[in-house]
Structure formats: C-alpha cells, structure tokens
Design a protein around this ligand. Structure first.
Ligand SMILES: [Zn+2]
Ligand SMILES: [Zn+2]
Length: 615
C-alpha cells in the first residue's frame, strides 16, 4: 500500500518535471525566434532529464549561440508571461501558420487532422504537438509573443521553467526521415532548483569521466575496429580476462542452481525461424539469409529455438521436469548505425540466456529460483538497487493475448508473489505484457543512480505451441510444459559497459584483470622483482611486472592510471627482507609487507569476492 503511494507521488513528480521541461522548450523556441526571425519550427518535446526543440535556421549554430539563446531565455523567464491556450479550427490554424511561414507546423496539422499519413500519428506520438490536434480542432499555446501548436500541459508562467542549461546541438531529420530536411536540434536540461541543476551537471561530468568507451581503450578492455565493422566489439586482453572471470562465476552458480549448459550454432535454417515466429514478429531485427547448398540459413537473433530442440530431443516425462538449459549464446540483431554506442548498443552480442521448462505446479519454485540466482549474481557483482516492472495483460483488452486464460492468471500471480517474497518493490504495468506472456523486467541501478535494463524473466505461451512441446504427465497423457525465458545480466557486452562505468574501471580485486603489479625502483632490482612476480603468479594472483627503465614514480602513476589495486614497490631494503612496499590504488601506503602476506591478502579478497571499492 505504502509502495503504491510512493509510486503515485513519484509519477506526479515525473509529470511536473516533464511539464516544466516542455515549457522550457517553448521559451527556448521563443528565444530562438528573437535571434533568428526566419527560423522554421519543428517539434519540442520533453525528454529524459530535459528537452529539445528542432529548428531550420539560416546558418549552423555554434556553441556561443547557445549562450546567447540562454541569456534571452532568462530575460523571457523574468518577464514571467502566462501560458495561454486557444482553440482553432484546423483550417484556420493552417492559414495562421502559413502566414507565419511555419511549413512544418502546417504539415503537422494537415497530416494529423486528415489522418492522411498513416503512421504520422505514431511517429509524432512522442511529441506534445500531436496532442494539440483534437479532431478537426487544434490547440495553440501562447506565452509573450510566441505561439505554438501544442496540446500542453505547461507551467502557469514562463518564470516557472526552473533552472536550465542548454547543452548541445545535433542534426535531426524532420520526422526522422533522411529524405526530409535536416534540422538543428538544441538539447537543454531543466530542474526545479539551481542546486538540482548543478547536481545533475556534476553527475553528467562524472558519467563522462566514467565513459566505458574511453576506459575501454585506456584499460585495454575492448575495441571496435573500422576494419571489422560497427557494433561488433572485440574483447582485448584485459577485457577478455575480466569477462572470463565473470563467466566462470556465472557458470559455476548456474551449475549449483541445477542448470545444464548447452552450446548452439550461430545460424539455423530459415524454416526454424518460421516455426518459432521470429520471421513474422522479429524480422526487422534479423539479417539477410546466408545461402549454403541452395538452403537458406539465418543468423540467430535469439537462442530459444535451439534450446527447444534439446527439450524435443526425446519424449520427456513429468519426472524429468523442470529442465533448465543455459548458454552464453552469441546472437546478432540489426541495430541502425546511428544508434550503435560502445558496448551498450551493438549488433553482435552474447546473451546470458536460459530456458526453463516446467510443469504448472513447478512455476512458483522456478521463478523464485531465478530471482534467488539473479540476486546472488547482481549483488556479488556490486549492484544492490533495482527498478522492477511486472508487465501483465491489459484487463480491458484480453482478446489480444494468446494462451489459456487460466495460465495467464496463474503466471501473473506467480511472478508477483516471487517479487513480494523477495521483498523487491516493483511497478505493476497493466497492458505492458507482450502478447505471448507476462514478464518481469529488472533494471540495475549503478553507482551514479542510472538505471540499466539488464534482466528479464518472461513466461512464454507461444513457443511451446509453435514447436508442439509436450511431456507425458503422471496420468500417462501429453501435457504442454510452461516455458520461461530468462536473462539475468542481459547482453554481456551491455552488462560490461555498465560494469565498467559502475566501477569507473577500478574493479574490485576479485574482478580486476591485473590485481597486482611489481615495480622495481632501479634496474638492479629487476631480478628480485621478477622473483616476486613469479611468486604471485604461481599462487594464482593476476600479476604484472614493470621493468621499463623509468623512474619509479612514473611507473606508479601509470599503474594508478591502469587502476591496478595493488602496487608492489621493491628496492634494496625490500629485496633484503623478502618483502614489498605496498601502495594501494587509492594512494594509501601500507608499508613493507612480506610477499607471503600480500599473496594471502589478495587471495582472501578474491575468494570472498568483496566489492568494497577501496581494497
Ligand atoms: Zn507545449
Ligand atoms: Zn528465449
């Protein structure tokens, strides 16, 4: 109950922020028109943390322009003009925007009132302008000398747009169509108070500092090569090691939880994807067929159809269930070039996939088991806060879902009970279930409070039908098993992008690709340093050695930039004592410690998988 109240309150806050930010976009458009009276206006919605507005302008904007526009916005905010609405017939509004030489607005009203362009409404659905059209009437909002086509809502007066900052300029095609004119988009952010704005800007700065693409290069974690192609990351030495450590942990935990690992090929006959349904509802994410001996194969966008084959390998009895197949399966999905982003959005990635086949009476235990395992993985990897949605049917539109009503009712209840049993707060999203089953989506919250959708637990009534999955029940007749798809980390590539930023590249000792580096003070200490290195490596510590003829301070600085947890400095005294002077990544000096004790300390931190940020 209390949870529902909190959620409503946060939804109301969200709505107020959105209204404020969208109103700021109006004020920005007003300021731009003052500077460029010939500007043609596109649309100006609120977005996550801010707003934008698209303009066609006589020249390209430069950063100084943003300052000037901001200054004018401040002046307009000081005037504190009220936002006022009026309603016009569409024909009148078209005439008005024609007079004002605003062709994009004219086009919007024409398309949306005539319904001429099927899809135009969808396309503009994110834009508040679309809501400014009510049948053949349209709404206009005016503040000061500026009037815009808009459905609102807005703040009361232009002085209520909070503390704002214009941040960047980007190109954007009118209506996202590259055959239409390219407009200039100005992005801004707005917050209720200056303190909140400052806080947001600091967080953004911190996010830039942690950008996994930069750290990926600096720390030798991964690379994306023009020669290979966009969206196809290659794991470099250190990244591959980090990944192996996590994969080993993942596989061991799955084995303990009763999963059976399987391997499946990267391509499968086109007929497989017809049967699975992917060719009808997932085609636009799949690549063109590969022809071999007059047969067509498709690169796999998902692993499910292969795991189904393992189930179907022979007749299954109720006694064998549940069956849990897991695989770190490489999949390929089409993503438009412009949306590719480091490891976060790629075209080839590895899903930490699993499919569970069970009887109806086992679903409760299975979903609970998935959450147990998920929590173990997320917490151990350093994520302790989650944002969760439970997507269920739209109760007013039950006919659009496939599968027996009874199974839906049971599955929704099971998912909800499991979340409650684990004390995980969630939002119940009615109508957000996919047509073939209810699901839980879990976002991991990172060190900067950002939320990343990584995990999904999806009940599926579709594929068992399509592949005609059955097991022989206790009654000797065939029954349809329940099927659950689940990914706990999601795409490994994306998860590692998040992990790198979460730790800013300073991984806890158990994850650090290089746990310790030995730094001889002078060349004459190289022999002892090598001996120390070998002792560490022999004991299973991931150790490195820096025998370059550099000053030791330079070596320390480099090791610190590499975010290596332990730096072991060795000179005459250390060699004599069989020790090393230990310096931590944090800059703290622990003094001379015998090598055996250093090994024990690192081993214990690795063993316990401590995620303490300071070693
Ligand atoms: Zn508006
Ligand atoms: Zn699946």
């Amino acid at each position: 109950m209390a949870q529902a109240v909190v959620q409503e309150a946060s939804a109301a806050t969200e709505q107020r922020l959105k209204t404020m930010r969208h109103s700021a976009a109006h004020v920005m458009a007003e300021a731009v028109l003052q500077l460029f009276p010939d500007a043609k206006l596109g649309i100006g919605p609120a977005i996550q943390d801010g707003f934008y507005y698209d303009f066609q302008l006589p020249r390209s904007l430069v950063p100084d322009d943003l300052e000037e526009i901001e200054k004018r916005m401040r002046a307009l905010a000081t005037q504190n003009a009220p936002f006022e609405r009026r309603e016009l017939a569409a024909a009148e509004a078209i005439q008005l925007f024609q007079q004002r030489e605003q062709p994009f607005k004219v086009e919007l009203i024409r398309d949306l009132t005539s319904g001429a362009a099927e899809g135009a409404r969808d396309e503009a659905a994110d834009s508040p302008d679309a809501e400014g059209i009510k049948g053949d009437r349209v709404w206009l909002y005016k503040q000061g000398a500026f009037e815009d086509l808009c459905g609102g809502p807005h703040v009361g007066r232009s002085g209520e747009i909070g503390a704002f900052k214009l941040q960047r300029i980007a190109g954007a095609y009118w209506r996202g169509d590259e055959k239409r004119p390219q407009l200039q988009r100005i992005y801004g952010t707005a917050w209720p108070t200056q303190a909140e704005l400052d806080d947001y800007l600091n967080r953004q700065e911190e996010a830039r500092r942690r950008d996994h693409r930069r750290l990926g290069t600096d720390l030798g974690l991964f690379l994306i090569s023009d020669q290979v192609g966009a969206g196809l990351p290659i794991w470099g030495e250190h990244g591959a090691l980090l990944r192996q450590i996590v994969e080993d942990f993942w596989k061991a935990e799955h084995r303990t939880a009763g999963y059976q690992y399987v391997y499946s090929p990267h391509i499968g006959l086109i007929g497989l994807w017809e049967t699975s349904g992917h060719l009808s509802f997932y085609r636009e994410n799949m690549y063109s067929p590969i022809e071999v001996d007059e047969q067509k194969f498709m690169l796999k966008p998902m692993n499910c159809p292969f795991h189904l084959q393992v189930f179907k390998r022979r007749v299954r009895s109720y006694r064998e269930l549940p069956l849990r197949f897991n695989e770190l399966g490489q999949v390929y999905r089409y993503e438009p070039g412009g949306t590719l982003h480091g490891l976060l959005r790629v075209r080839g990635f590895t899903q930490d996939d699993s499919h569970i086949f069970c009887r109806p009476d086992q679903l409760d235990a299975e979903v609970n088991g998935v959450l147990d395992l998920g929590l173990k993985l997320w917490r151990t990897l350093g994520f302790h806060e989650y944002q969760i949605e439970l997507s269920v049917r739209d109760p007013n539109n039950l006919e659009k879902y496939m599968g027996e009503d009874e199974r839906w009712v049971q599955s929704e209840a099971v998912l909800q009970r499991a979340l409650e049993a684990h004390n995980l707060p969630f939002r119940r999203a009615e109508g957000e279930a996919v047509f073939y089953g209810p699901k839980i989506d879990i976002h991991l919250v990172d060190a900067l409070g950002r939320k990343w959708q990584c995990s999904t637990i999806q009940v599926d009534f579709n594929m068992p039908e399509r592949f005609d999955l059955t097991y022989i029940g206790e009654d000797g007749i065939q029954h349809r098993p329940y099927m659950v798809h689940r990914a706990l980390l999601g795409s490994l590539e994306r998860f590692f992008g998040v992990l790198i930023e979460h730790y800013a590249g300073a991984f806890p000792v158990w994850l650090a690709p290089v746990q310790a580096i030995v730094l001889p003070i002078a060349d004459r200490h190289n022999a002892y340093a090598t001996q120390v290195h070998d002792q560490l490596a022999g004991a299973g510590v991931r150790a490195d050695l820096d025998v370059r003829s550099e000053r030791v301070n330079a070596k320390i600085r480099d090791a610190q930039l590499q975010k290596i947890p332990y730096m072991l400095v060795v000179g005459d005294r250390e060699a004599e004592a069989g020790a090393a002077a230990v310096r931590l990544r944090s800059g703290e000096n622990l003094g001379a410690i015998p090598i055996g004790d250093i090994v024990a300390r690192i081993a214990s931190e690795t063993e316990s998988r401590s995620t303490e940020l300071k070693p």
